[in-house]
Design a binder for this molecule. Sequence first.
Ligand SMILES: Nc1ncnc2c1ncn2[C@@H]1O[C@H](COP(=O)(O)OP(=O)(O)OP(=O)(O)O)[C@@H](O)[C@H]1O
Length: 194
Amino acid sequence: MSVLDVTTLACVRSGRLLFENLSFTVPRGGALIVTGPNGAGKSSLLRLLAGLLEPAAGTIHRPDRLAYLGHDSALKPDRTLAGELAFWAALDGADTATRNSAASAMALDGLLDLPVRLLSAGQKRRAALARTLAAGATLWLLDEPTVGLDAAACERLATAIAGHRERGGAVVAATHVDLGLAHAATLPLGVGHG
Ligand SMILES: Nc1ncnc2c1ncn2[C@@H]1O[C@H](COP(=O)(O)OP(=O)(O)OP(=O)(O)O)[C@@H](O)[C@H]1O
């Protein structure tokens, strides 16, 4: 059974065709890595899959519950990290235990009382990933999830993704680096335009 089913998808941005006739499925437990040079349309594809952009053509069958991690962590600078995670958990319907376990999975326990403005770029990224983990979504859409992460955090992310897949979840990740995911399919997007 597929979690995501994409048929003859086309994307036009600023009047330019980025890709067309894109068809693929991602099954339960599956992972799809979207690759390609700068400007190939990786972020645009993820935004289409998330329903944040309208396709120029084609259809997307996605699950009701998806979690989208974009480039922007969308953290309020003056809130504490604990406050932000609680805010997101309320929005996403995550219970306290799930939220706490996601924070621990991203090694955020020692940072919870800090205002977000004092967090490093990688720590903010880990916070946004913790939200993804806690959201209870079937499909994770991750746009460059390792940007700013150190080696230990990359390993934690890989572990979280593996657990999600074992529970029947699916992942689509756009990335320039190898996430080290087992049995992942690859979708290379076309030639970049700089
Ligand atoms: N907000 C936007 N409005 C209009 N056009 C855009 C917008 N964002 C991106 N584009 C266009 O879409 C093209 C693809 O951008 P996109 O961010 O999807 O590529 P990418 O493969 O994710 O690149 P990168 O590897 O640099 O992140 C860009 O070259 C740009 O021309």
